[in-house]
Design a protein around this ligand. Structure first.
Ligand code: XMP
Length: 516
């Protein structure tokens, strides 16, 4: 049985994922669908409410996306946001026109009507607008619940059907009462019970995996030590213990002690049949003499596929390959239920492998956001330290060593990196930072150590701490300077070959998070 679900129809809103997350944060399951989704599909998904997202189109343009009109007859409550409101109102005889003045940013909203949808919302509040069109001739069956100076129909509802529209964006934090309005829609209007949480999908995923994987089959999964692949392996282990073979490729470009950490959790705690491939020499010789960042990435990617393929051949009956693909990856790849391919960014943890080797894919996290995956990881018994790790890029230290990657440079950076992580953990900053790392620069600078001058064999390490929600934009962390002092003192004292430490104070954009 499907969980009671809120369907979000994707009209191209930049806030699409945010709407889905806001619903889930209220313990209600949400799924994103294409704008023209068939009413039967919504019924099959046990949909108890529909949100029509915003979008860049104008309803009066020829190509403007519109929902199947039959969704308005499902008897399921509907909330239209911005463009979604205009689509819903137009469906019931209202007019939509270009607004005299485009409206972006904060607007003062005044409630003018009473309804369960606006319960507990103060009479005067601010909302965040972003629109060029608006509903002008409101259909006779609608009533206005709130207005702003520039937008008379800021919140409307149909008089006899549970159809609502908001011209502003309740999903963004700049609309302080947006959360209350969404809660009212979910609980007062759609009758949600708030029983969904990421943990409730564990049981259904376990069942699905058991139905798919026969007792003789084996499932292999690439284990990087990061959150997504670790939770994937742990979830499979819960479903089909003894049939999962995680493969950990030590490419020599990892943080210190990664192999030991992965062994202790997956062999020690879960008693899984972990395969560890020692491939550091292979990777480093494939990288010899290469300084170009993209070339490094390409070579590492190809080597990974080669190593993984060889190892997979040695595992009998390995018909399935599990990957830790997440919902944002699925949406961005245009492969979600929404099926819109506007923003194609194909993610493949192990590019090309499934097709080449004839594996069937298992992606148990493809409905989940990162924070939900972390909750599941904790419920499955993964150590907190593993569940809350910062992301680490696939090419590893290779894109944090500027210039050629050698074993010695990896060792140097690993030591500095260990100190950085130890210090931010000890000072309580780790969980407040999205990503923290050191970068080894191909620069020598003059130093004075003891009574002597140091120069030729000395390096500079740049420390980078960023805060970010989605890693698309980021800011540098205004960290307590005493933490930076401790890091600088320890690195220059303990890491032979580094005589200078600098802190990166650049946001993204214009810089990227990684230096390469
Ligand atoms: P940038 O440097 O593009 O990084 O601002 C954004 C996020 O992506 C990670 N990153 C990568 N991850 N392979 C990966 O698996 C890569 O080639 C790669 N490059 C960047 C980066 O660590 C950050 O979290």
């Amino acid at each position: 049985m499907n969980h009671p679900t809120i369907a979000i129809l994707d009209f191209g809103s930049q806030f699409l994922q945010l709407i889905a997350r806001r619903v889930r944060e209220n313990q209600v399951h949400s799924v994103i669908f294409a704008p023209k989704v068939a009413p039967e599909t919504l019924r099959e998904h046990n949909v108890i409410g529909i949100i029509l997202s915003g979008g860049p189109a104008s309803t009066y343009e020829g190509e403007a996306p519109k929902p199947d009109p039959a969704i308005f007859d499902l008897g399921v409550p509907i909330l239209g946001i911005c463009y979604g409101m205009q689509v819903a109102c137009e469906g019931f005889g209202s007019c939509v026109e270009a607004a005299g003045a485009r409206e972006y940013g904060r607007a003062a909203l005044t409630l003018t009507g009473d309804d369960a949808f606006v319960r507990h919302v103060p009479k005067h509040t601010n909302v965040w607008m972003s629109h060029g069109d608006k509903v002008t001739g409101l259909g006779a069956e609608f009533k206005v619940l709130a207005s702003t100076a520039n937008c008379e129909n800021a919140i409307v509802r149909h008089a006899s059907r549970p159809v609502f529209g908001v011209q502003f964006h309740p999903e963004v934090t700049h609309t302080p009462e947006g959360g209350q309005l969404l809660r009212n829609f979910l609980y007062e209007i759609c009758g949600a019970s708030g029983t969904w949480n990421p943990g409730s999908i564990i049981d259904s995923h376990v069942e699905q995996i058991r139905a798919k994987v026969k007792p003789d089959d084996r499932v292999i999964c690439g284990l990087s030590g990061g959150v997504d692949s670790s939770v994937t392996a742990a979830l499979l282990h819960r479903a089909i213990p003894g049939q999962v073979t995680p493969i950990f490729v030590d490419n020599g470009l990892l943080r210190a002690n990664e192999r030991m950490r992965v062994r202790s959790v997956f062999e020690g705690h879960f008693k899984m049949d972990l395969h560890v491939v020692d491939a550091a020499d292979r990777f480093l010789s494939r990288l010899a003499g290469v300084s170009d960042p993209q070339e490094k990435r390409i070579r590492i990617g190809h080597e990974f596929v080669d190593v993984f393929k060889e190892e997979a051949k040695s595992i009998r009956n390995a018909h399935f390959l599990a990957q830790g693909t997440l919902y944002p990856d699925v949406i961005e790849s245009g492969h979600s239920a929404a099926g819109t391919a506007a923003n194609i960014k194909l993610h493949h943890n192990v590019g090309g492998l499934p097709e080449e080797l004839g594996f069937e894919l298992i992606e148990p996290l493809r409905d989940l956001f990162k924070d939900e995956v972390r909750i599941i990881g904790e419920l499955l018994g993964l150590p907190e330290e593993m569940v809350w790790r910062h992301p680490f890029p696939g090419p590893g230290l290779a894109v944090r060593i500027i210039g050629e990657v050698t074993h010695e440079r990896c060792e140097l950076l690993r030591k500095a990196d260990t100190i950085i992580i130890e210090e931010i953990t000890a000072s309580g900053w780790y969980r407040k930072i999205a990503q923290a790392f050191g970068v080894l620069l191909p620069v020598s600078s003059v130093g004075v150590m003891g009574d002597g001058r140091s120069y030729a064999d000395q390096h500079v390490v740049a420390v980078r701490f960023v805060e970010s929600k989605d890693f698309m934009t980021a800011d540098w962390v205004h960290i307590d300077p005493s933490v930076l002092s401790a890091i600088s003192t320890r690195i220059t004292n303990e890491v032979k070959g580094v005589n200078r430490v600098v802190y990166d104070i650049t946001s993204k954009p214009p810089a990227t998070i990684e230096w390469e």
